[in-house]
Write a protein that binds this ligand. Structure first.
Ligand code: KG4
Ligand code: ZN
Length: 334
């Protein structure tokens, strides 16, 4: 089945075409216009989606070598996300589905991330533990089967990507700063300072990042030369604490729930230090570890088309009455 996927939930405008789950073409356009504001401006994001989506759709069909008449279904991000931004993608998807009488399927953005290690590398057989780490979410999910999910842990305050972005701004770097923090941290000394690891010693499998962010802000305030002379060291120590706060609950959940496979996904899954630590700890447990290709860590439409295809196969379909939902829960999450 040829599925067109559309993603416009935040500041990436993306489209992809998959054939039975295999990627024929995938295009992502990141809206860098938000950098000067230090965060995504919802109204500007919606307008940029409106401008970018049509040319991106033309390009994705061109790269797949297909005409618009050949597509067999349309999948679109229904939520969670910025409501105005979601509506641009949804209105476009509905227009295509209605004009060609095609099945339409709304996809949860997080469910897309959750499965993004599966494309390019083959299906990952559940059960597995999924660590989903992005700019808006930090959650641990037990995946029993496609569409059968169990919430195991989540952040009590900030998302880990948000912490990377906020620390980047504190250090005078551009938004979003996660990738730049990692690049600088690679050259830093992890023994320079010890920052607190959120939720360490607490019951359960939750995360916390507001304390770490405040600790970095206080340290910068106290140590006058921290940013000017020790930027790499400071970021290496922040990154280590941030990564440890993800690794410890994940490994504990693997042991306590008896999972034998760990899968990481979301924008922060691009971080090499996080991948390295999760890989090492999984190997120590004798467990498998999977991570997405780098281009499928951050927002993309391949993940939307892939989950849409799986949902259609499972018999789900949405009507043209479907609308965007800013806080859309993952279908099948208990
Ligand atoms: O999944 P994503 O593209 O968007 C959301 O759904 O939120 O994730 C974006 C987040 C941003 O916070 C960004 O700074 C972070 O992922 N990020 C990284 C890296 N690359 C992107 N964080 C740490 N290390 C990276 N290499
Ligand atoms: Zn995302």
């Amino acid at each position: 089945m040829l599925v067109l996927g559309i993603e416009t939930s935040c500041d990436e405008t993306a489209a992809a075409i998959l054939h039975d789950g295999a990627v024929l073409s995938s295009i992502v356009s990141t809206q860098w216009l938000h950098a000067r504001y230090g965060g995504v401006v919802p109204e500007l994001a919606s307008r940029a989606h409106l401008k970018l989506l049509t040319p991106i759709l033309d390009q994705v069909f061109f790269e797949a070598g297909l005409s618009k008449e050949e597509i067999e279904a349309v999948a679109v991000t229904r939520g969670p996300g910025l409501i105005g931004a979601l509506l641009v993608g949804i209105a476009t998807a509905k227009g295509i589905a209605f004009s060609r009488n095609l099945p339409l399927v709304g996809v949860n953005h997080l469910e897309g991330h959750l499965w993004s290690a599966a494309f390019g590398g083959g299906y990952i057989q559940p059960p597995f533990l999924a660590l989903l780490v992005s700019g808006g979410h930090t959650i641990l999910i037990g995946v029993e089967a496609f569409g059968q999910y169990k919430l195991i842990g989540r952040t009590r305050d900030d998302a880990v990507g948000e912490a990377f972005d906020k620390v980047a701004v504190l250090c005078g770097l551009n938004y979003p700063g996660g990738a730049e923090v990692e690049r600088l941290a690679k050259q830093g000394d992890r023994a320079y300072h010890t920052f607190p690891v959120g939720m360490r010693g607490r019951e359960g499998y939750n995360f916390s990042y507001s304390g770490l962010k405040t600790a970095v802000a206080n340290f910068i305030h106290k140590e006058a030369d921290a940013v000017s002379h020790h930027l790499e060291d400071l970021l290496a120590c922040f990154q280590e604490a941030a990564v440890t706060a993800l690794v410890e609950p994940s490994i504990k959940a693997m042991q306590d729930f008896g999972y034998n496979t760990l899968v990481v996904s979301g924008g922060v899954a691009a971080n090499q230090r996080l991948r390295e630590r999760l890989q090492e700890e999984s190997a120590r447990l004798g467990a498998h570890f999977y991570s997405p290709k780098l281009e499928y860590c951050t927002d993309n439409a391949t993940m939307i088309a892939w989950v849409g295809w799986k949902r259609l196969q499972a018999g789900y379909q949405d009507s043209l009455a479907m609308s965007g939902e800013a806080n859309f829960p993952i279908p099948g999450m208990k």
